[in-house]
Each structure stands twice: as structure tokens, then as C-alpha cells.
Design a protein around this ligand. Structure first.
Ligand SMILES: Cc1cc2nc3c(=O)[nH]c(=O)nc-3n(C[C@H](O)[C@H](O)[C@H](O)COP(=O)(O)OP(=O)(O)OC[C@H]3O[C@@H](n4cnc5c(N)ncnc54)[C@H](O)[C@@H]3O)c2cc1C
Length: 447
């Protein structure tokens, strides 16, 4: 024991792995770009699956678990009634300010003996042959027996890996979403406006999503787009929000930057000799919702388990393959299925949404899934065969929709088959071939 592990970037999954490894006697060092602990995280509240800490073997924070907040889905036509979620079985979820979540994780890792070096920007991986042996940083080169890539979506490690490792470096347009999020003041004089979590299906030629969440004191705005945008678009969307939410004030209280979120299946290959990717660097968000905290933290635990199981302390792609397999069995298979379904939703036009909302095709029960759910099965559990038949009957008049639903079902079938053929053991040639076949399924979808 006593092996050296580098955690590149203080991502959530990296910190989770760091916690477990340091407690088991490994020397773990995190190299983080932010100048100090207080700079980590964002100025807003996030929500994620309440089971996350327990499943990842982490002590729970004292506060954060609250009854699941129902979301109201608004169609593009203001005349249509929104569909509102309803939770009656005591469902709960975690709501935490990101900085409080970081404070909790940092306290855990520091108590476990992890060293954190702030103000250190990682530039690239270091190699001996094809093995990753360390990181090149603004503070010099550092070597280790294993590098865990927790640098987020634009990781300079992943993007500088040689192509022959089969780890995808760059992604396509619909694999990311650019998100603006900010809290504005809530104006007085609108006491009758209820607190509500409104999600909009905006379709004005710019595909994306948006929400306006009204609480006691603030209105939390999110604008998500598949291409970068600036202040003009924020101002344009603010005016649209204001029309529907007259209690929206002009003073920005928190947040206000545009950040990138991966919105796609996880990487086809997560490991190489001396290297493993976790969290946003490996695209572990729920592809429809963009929630990545729960999956990152869970994956961090699975990665630590695989490292601890490597009795010969080799940390090669072959020994880390256990992490890849466990992650695919528990999480990534579902995320890939949701990504395939995302293709269907992206292709919906304004007229389709109007058809859904106007004809009340979907019910509150249909949409009362947990948007942070990390299993496609649980997310769509309500859709029993009889419910599907009933909804298809309602859609029956719309032949184009029926055809597209059928096409996505066939693609999901092919995806499940390909997933079942992932190699059981790591052999680079076989793994790279499998990864190419798997990624091709999604490229076909995009056409
Ligand atoms: C607007 C918005 C809202 C979101 N809401 C939710 C939500 O409600 N629920 C949810 O589950 N998820 C949400 N997410 C997604 C969530 O933020 C990520 O999925 C989650 O943080 C997991 O990412 P990560 O920890 O792997 O990477 P990150 O959070 O990106 O962390 C990466 C870390 O690496 C550091 N780093 C990056 N590059 C370098 C470098 N070159 N050198 C050194 N350090 C580096 C960064 O400073 C950072 O500390 C949201 C994201 C956004 C942008």
C-alpha cells in the first residue's frame, strides 16, 4: 500500500474516490485550478438524488434532504394548461447550495488525509510509452501510479490522450448544453403568485430548455442552448420570462455566468493504463436533465472499489476495466438509453409540442418522474405496457409521431444489444472496435 494517486481537478467524483482511497492508506493529492477552497462550485442551489451519499459510502450532510419539488411543464402555446408533477409517496431529494456541497466534500477528504494543492492548472498528461504517469501543470510536473481525471467537461487530460486509446476527445453539437443561470429578486406586490418550478419547452427556432423557479425571495432563471450565446440572448429570454412572470425583478442576486454541461451518454471507454475518467470529464450527466452530481459521486465510489480490488497495484486499463463494467451495469447503460431517447425529443417541433399539450396526451402521472433519477427503468417506471398502448392510441392520429416513436424504439433495441456485447475483459483492439460500433449508433441517430 502507500501508492500515489493524483486527482486532477476537484470534481465531485474525484473527491469521492479520494475519500475512499485515502482512508485505505493511499497517498492522494488533488491538483485544482481554483485559487482557494471558497472558489469551488457555483452560486446556486442544485438538486440531486437523495440516496447519493448512502450509495457512495459517504457520510451525509446535516441539511439538504427535502420533499421532492414538483415541476410544472409549460408548452409553447400559452393557452395550453401546464402539466404538473405530483408526488404522493413521500419522495425526497437533496437540495444543496453547490458551495455547501463542496464544503461538505472537502471536509470529508481533508479529514481522510487527502492533500489539496490549489492554484494549480493542469495542462496535459505525462506519458511513459502508452501509460499515463502523471500531469504537466502550471506548478511543474507531478507523477503518480494512477491519474484520476476529474477536471470536468473540457478536461485537458482527456483531450490530450492519443487517439489509439479509443477515449473520445471531442464531442458533437448536441452533446453539450450551454447554460446561463442566475437568481433575480422577486418583486413585492405579487404575494398571490405561488412558488412554482416552471420548465418551458421553448421553440422559437433555437432548440433548448429553460426554467423559471419562483421561491419566497427570488426567481431562479435558467437558459439552456446547444450553441454558445451572449448577453443579447440573455436579454431576449429575460423579456420572455418577464412577460410570463411579472414578479421577476431586475436585480441579479446570485450567479450570472454561462457554463457548459455535457448532455450525452458517458464515454464509451473510461480507462487507460494509469488513467481513469470520472464525472463530467467522462460525460456522466443524465442526458435529458444535465444532472451530474449523483452519477459522479456514485462513479467515484465504483472507481475506488476497482482500485482497491487491484491487489497487484497495477492500475492498468485491464485492472480498471472492473470500474468500466460496474459503471456501465449500474449507471451508463441507462444514461445511453436516455441519450438515445433525447434524439427523439430534440427532433420534436413546435407543432408536436402543441399536439402533446393541446390534446393532453401526457398526464401528470406520466411526467411525475424524478428528473435526477439515474436509471432509465425507474425514470420511466410508470410506462407499463397498458399505459404505453393507451398513449399510443391517443397519438394514433399523428402518423408522423408514431413513425418517429417506432424508429427510436428500434434504435434503443440496437443499443441494448450493443451494450450487451461490451467486452468482458480489456483488450485494446477489441475495446476500441466495440467503442466505435457503439458511438456509431448515436451518430446515425443525429442524421
Ligand atoms: C447551470 C448548471 C446547473 C446544474 N444543475 C445541476 C443540478 O441541479 N443537479 C446536478 O446533479 N447537476 C447539475 N449540474 C451539473 C453538475 O454541475 C456536474 O455534472 C457535476 O458538477 C459533475 O461534474 P464534475 O464534478 O465532474 O466536474 P466539475 O464540476 O466541472 O468540476 C471540475 C473541477 O476541476 C477543476 N478543473 C477544471 N479544469 C482544470 C484544470 N485544467 N486544472 C486544474 N483543475 C481544473 C475545476 O475548477 C473544478 O473544480 C449543473 C451544471 C450547470 C452548469
Amino acid at each position: 500500500m502507500g501508492k500515489n494517486i493524483i486527482i486532477a481537478g476537484a470534481g465531485h467524483g474525484g473527491l469521492t474516490a479520494a475519500y475512499h482511497l485515502a482512508r485505505s492508506g493511499y497517498n492522494v493529492t488533488v491538483y485544482e485550478r481554483a485559487a482557494q477552497a471558497g472558489d469551488l462550485g457555483y452560486e446556486w442551489e442544485d438538486f440531486f438524488d437523495a440516496r447519493t451519499f448512502e450509495e457512495a459510502g459517504l457520510p451525509e450532510p446535516e441539511k439538504g434532504k427535502i420533499p421532492k419539488v414538483p415541476i410544472s411543464f409549460y408548452g409553447p402555446n400559452p393557452a395550453d394548461h401546464p402539466i404538473s408533477q405530483s408526488f404522493t409517496n413521500g419522495e425526497v431529494e437533496m437540495h444543496m447550495f453547490r458551495k455547501d456541497l463542496y464544503a461538505h466534500l472537502l471536509k470529508l477528504v481533508e479529514e481522510a488525509g487527502v492533500k489539496i494543492v490549489y492554484g494549480c492548472t493542469i495542462h496535459a498528461p505525462l506519458f511513459i510509452g502508452s501509460r499515463i504517469v502523471g500531469v504537466e501543470t502550471s506548478l511543474g510536473n507531478f507523477t503518480a501510479d494512477l491519474v484520476i481525471d476529474a477536471c470536468g467537461v473540457d478536461s485537458p487530460l482527456r483531450t490530450n490522450l492519443p487517439a489509439y486509446l479509443g477515449i473520445q476527445k471531442t464531442f458533437s453539437k448536441y452533446d453539450y448544453i450551454y447554460a446561463y443561470r442566475a437568481y433575480f429578486n422577486r418583486l413585492e406586490g405579487f404575494e398571490d403568485v405561488k412558488n412554482e418550478y416552471k420548465t418551458y419547452f421553448v421553440d422559437d427556432g433555437k432548440t433548448g430548455l429553460a426554467w423559471a423557479v419562483t421561491t419566497e425571495e427570488t426567481v431562479d432563471l435558467l437558459i439552456g442552448r446547444f450553441e454558445p450565446f451572449g448577453q443579447d440572448e440573455i436579454d431576449r429570454m429575460y423579456a420572455i420570462f418577464k412577460e410570463d412572470n411579472p414578479h421577476l425583478g431586475e436585480t441579479r442576486v446570485l450567479g450570472g455566468q454561462v457554463t457548459k454541461i455535457p448532455l450525452r451518454r458517458p464515454l464509451a471507454v473510461l480507462v487507460a493504463d494509469g488513467y481513469a475518467a470520472v464525472g463530467d470529464s467522462a460525460c456522466m450527466t443524465v442526458p435529458i436533465a444535465g444532472s451530474g452530481i449523483a452519477n459522479s459521486i456514485r462513479a467515484g465510489k465504483l472507481l475506488a472499489d476497482a482500485i482497491l480490488a487491484d491487489r497487484n497495484e497495477e492500475y492498468t486499463a485491464a485492472t480498471l476495466w472492473k470500474y468500466q463494467k460496474d459503471f456501465y451495469d449500474n449507471i451508463a447503460g441507462s444514461m445511453a438509453t436516455i441519450d438515445m431517447a433525447k434524439g427523439f425529443f430534440l427532433n420534436l417541433k413546435k407543432a408536436d409540442f402543441e399536439f402533446f399539450f393541446g390534446n393532453q396526451i401526457l398526464t401528470s402521472e406520466d411526467l411525475s418522474f424524478n428528473t435526477n433519477e439515474t436509471s432509465a427503468k425507474a425514470m420511466f417506471a410508470h410506462f407499463s405496457p397498458s399505459v404505453i398502448i393507451d398513449r399510443l392510441k391517443k397519438v394514433g392520429a399523428n402518423r408522423s409521431l408514431i413513425r418517429r416513436i417506432g424508429a427510436v424504439a428500434v434504435r434503443i433495441g440496437r443499443l441494448r444489444l450493443t451494450l450487451s456485447r461490451m467486452p468482458d475483459e480489456y483488450n485494446r483492439a477489441a475495446v476500441v472496435k466495440w467503442a466505435e460500433r457503439y458511438d456509431r449508433l448515436f451518430a446515425e441517430k443525429a442524421e
